[in-house]
Design a protein around this ligand. Structure first.
Ligand code: SF4
Length: 369
């Protein structure tokens, strides 16, 4: 079995390590690129959201590298993600690809069916071994997300932020060369040490921006046009409201009750949106309120064109902007998004936040008339 899966931020790092330790041959999809998106756009329904198009591009590029089995996650619920796996299977079958597709989706009253699929993907019937390796895989995911956070923290205060990019690019190339959980964790720790040695300027005080929105476009750098790098080089420290490790903590590790952090978001969202609207629409609202209360300088919402849950959230965000006096900008991405216009909007938003911060500082220093 030559197993592959789509790119979704750092998830491929832990999925690769976990599956290798379970004895699978893993074919990692090439890094997402213009070519990936072109392939995906060509074979996907025109109006479907961006993540599915990039997924299709990832699968086809992996199949060309020799993958014969695809691991897909599925879901139920009020947005399109509920039928992603079915549409993806149909597209690949119509294109004549002879690959096996294993879908990990909610059991729908047949828990044994899901267990059987997990055993198939894991290449073993030993449940103890599977659970032990999933926990180890979650540890890799946590460490990879911590590394990304560290890079995002150092970049805006580094004397030369490009050094951080060079270290992170080298890390992503090296991931292909390490095998299994232990080697991957070692590489992550080495990279953290390298980033820790990047020289910083203590006089730089970064702006703080919270990133909210649709999970795929927040966590996959290609989908958000490398927003964290762009903002880092503009002197901004970003915090992402959703990360793969936060998702795992909420959905897999604490059982059916969810994580404390996500429940805080639901509570904060309640005055504006008290029900599930699919995807992470409710979390977008809750996170925005929490960022505003934590005195962030601004908030950016990122969503794929036509993303239903985030369109609902987008319509509520102006009220939060007024209630908390915090600037909020929405960025919509699809295959037509131009990099130059995107960067201009980021620069203009950062300028606005700087001006607002200066006004606040002056108001705090000058006596009231
Ligand atoms: S959350 Fe939005 S982008 Fe993601 S599957 Fe649902 S509609 Fe598409």
């Amino acid at each position: 079995m030559k197993l592959t899966f789509p790119h979704m931020g750092n998830t491929f790092i832990s999925a690769k390590a976990l599956m290798e330790d379970l004895g699978n041959e893993v074919i990692t999809p090439p890094k997402c690129s213009k070519k990936t998106l072109e392939i995906g756009t060509k074979y996907s329904p025109e109006t479907i959201c961006l993540p599915l198009k990039i997924n299709i591009g990832n699968y086809i590029e992996s199949i060309e590298k020799g993958a014969d089995t695809i691991l897909i996650t599925g879901s139920c619920g009020p947005c399109r993600f509920g039928f992603y796996s079915l549409v993806e299977q149909e597209i690949l079958r119509d294109l004549g690809y002879d690959v096996e597709i294993i879908t990990l989706d909610p059991p729908d009253g047949k828990p044994m069916e899901l267990v059987k699929r997990i055993m198939k993907a894991a290449n073993t019937k030993n449940l103890y071994k599977i659970v032990k390796n999933i926990v180890r895989g979650a540890k890799v995911l946590q460490a990879a997300d911590e590394l990304t956070d560290l890079a995002n923290k150092i970049r805006p205060v580094a004397i030369n932020g490009v050094e951080v990019d060079i270290i992170m690019d080298a890390f992503h190339s090296m991931i292909e060369l390490v095998y299994g959980v232990d080697e991957t964790l070692e590489l992550i720790e080495d990279t953290k040490l390298k980033i820790g040695k990047v020289k910083t300027d203590e006089k730089k005080v970064p702006l703080k921006i919270g990133i909210v929105g649709e999970i795929y476009t927040i966590i996959e750098p290609f989908a958000n046009l490398y927003v964290e790098r762009k903002l880092g080089h503009l002197g901004v420290h970003i915090d992402k409201s959703l990360t793969p490790s936060k998702w795992v903590k909420h959905h897999l590790l604490p059982g059916p009750f969810g994580s404390k952090e996500e429940k805080e978001k639901w509570e904060a969202a309640k005055p504006y949106l008290s029900t599930l609207v699919g995807g992470h629409g409710r979390e977008t609202i809750g996170s925005s309120v929490l960022y505003a209360k934590a005195n962030y300088d601004g908030i950016i919402q990122i969503l794929p064109l036509t993303c239903m849950p985030e369109i609902v959230a987008e319509s509520i965000l102006p009220t939060i902007q007024n209630d908390y006096n915090i600037p909020i900008m929405t960025l919509i991405v699809d295959e037509m998004t131009g990099e130059a216009g995107y960067l201009t909007r980021l620069e203009a938003f950062v300028d606005l936040l700087h001006r607002k911060k200066e006004e606040k500082n002056i108001a705090g220093v000058l006596p009231r008339s």
